[in-house]
Design a binder for this molecule. Structure first.
Ligand code: SAM
Length: 396
């Protein structure tokens, strides 16, 4: 059976560990905080929405959806500020017609369908995580969890409901089994499970007990739950189109026709999942990015930055104000969008062995094959090693 390795990260949002990739899906620092700091804040969506009322986002490696959720959260906060309620929708006192509403399109891609199905149910705002024991053995994560929780971001309740409405048709029996299993109960929201039952029971009334449950749920969600009403109201404020794809991102991109304003690239680290960090994959992304678009990623790796540059992008860094350090990379076609340029040190590093990027010419090689070919290229390279460069640089 499909197995999950959930735990609460330091900001009260649920994180996951992957024994297969021997990697964490989310930083112990805080899954939600990380999504905000690495993707939402550096994207400067406030500025984007000053000039545009339509956005297309590609969420590569959706997982349990923190990047998409954080975006929706940001957008709902933004739109509620902008909007005055009445029978007509008003942004900044201007009544808007259906055609003028904000149009949000999100394309979510991840090979793992079950995670995607479970995404609306994970708890993201757990208040008290004092006794935050890991339900599985991992010393490294345990140590990192001893740090003080941050808890600076809070996900609006409507976000998970909006997502559930969009993916409810995809939820299969296997996902349901995990969702309602005793083992993982503390990681899933009871409210969301109830809402799911409400939607399901409304349509599949099979026996007297489920009929009664459906009746009670209907009364609750239709007439009592403020949260549910607020979600339905939120949905009236903008056009929300959310599509999912559970294929390898390379296949998805090969056959994709959309042009995106933003791409969130949140694959496992290049050493674990190089197929989504190759120059060849980045060339595919280049063709799908708007001229004023931006790719954001958490990776600071010299080989990733060099691959972006060789695929035709301009590359800059992401700076986290709260962590007071650079926490990722942006790739753009329009250089003026870069806020933090690569330093002389960063550029120097690209010319060392550390800057040798991964290749996948036919866009179908296994991660193992890509790693092996890369290793060979590094071994045969006459470029300076990164450690020698760092020594020389620190002396100069
Ligand atoms: C670091 S996690 C992403 C976390 C996610 N953004 C979230 O908010 O939960 C990496 C994800 O990449 C997915 N993945 C791995 N290889 C992939 C591939 N070739 N194409 C698409 N997704 C892939 C995994 O299933 C996993 O969910």
């Amino acid at each position: 059976m499909y197995k999950l390795y959930p735990y609460f990260t330091n900001d009260g949002s649920t994180g996951l560990f992957s024994p297969d990739a021997d990697d964490i899906y989310h930083s112990t620092y805080g899954a939600l905080s990380e999504a905000y700091e690495k993707f939402i804040l550096p994207a400067e969506f406030e500025n984007y929405f000053k000039k545009n009322n339509e956005i297309k986002i590609l969420d590569l490696c959706f997982g349990i959806g923190y990047n998409t959720k954080s975006f929706i959260n940001f957008f709902l906060n933004f739109i509620y500020n902008e909007t005055t309620y009445s029978d007509n929708i008003k942004y900044n006192d201007k009544i808007v017609t259906d055609n003028e509403k904000y149009k949000i399109f999100i394309h979510a891609v991840d090979t793992d369908k079950i995670l995607m199905n479970l995404s609306p149910f994970f708890i993201s705002n757990k208040n008290n995580i004092k006794n935050n024991k890991l339900p599985f053995e991992n010393e490294k994560i345990k140590r990192m969890l001893s740090k003080k929780p941050k808890g600076i971001f809070y996900l609006r309740e409507e976000v998970d409901e909006l997502l559930l409405q969009k993916i409810i048709e995809n939820i299969d029996k296997e996902s349901e089994k995990i969702l309602f299993s005793f083992k993982y109960r503390k990681y899933f929201s009871n409210y969301m499970k109830g809402l799911y039952a409400f939607y399901k029971n409304k349509r599949y009334i099979t026996n007297p007990v489920s009929k009664l449950i459906a009746f009670l749920h209907n009364i609750y969600y239709l007439h009592i739950s403020k949260r549910h009403k607020s979600t339905l109201n939120a949905l009236k404020l903008f056009n929300f189109n959310f599509i999912t794809n559970n294929n390898d991102a390379r296949e998805v991109l090969k056959n994709d026709n959309f042009i995106y304003n933003y791409v969130f690239l949140d694959a496992f680290t290049p050493a674990k999942c190089p197929c989504l960090w190759t120059i060849d994959f980045f060339k595919l992304l280049f063709n799908r990015l708007d001229d004023n678009g931006m790719i954001l990623t958490y990776s600071n790796s010299a080989s990733v930055r060099n691959a972006f540059i060789n695929a035709g992008f301009f590359v800059g860094k992401i700076y986290s104000d709260s962590q007071k350090k650079y926490t990722g990379t942006v790739a753009v076609k329009n250089k003026s969008l870069i806020k933090h340029e690569l330093s002389q040190y960063d550029l120097g590093l690209l010319k060392t062995k550390a800057g040798i990027f991964y290749r996948d010419e036919n866009l179908n090689a296994s991660n193992e094959a890509i790693i092996a070919a890369h290793k060979k290229e590094v071994e045969n390279s006459t470029l300076m090693s990164s450690s020698k460069f760092i020594k020389q640089y620190s002396k100069s």
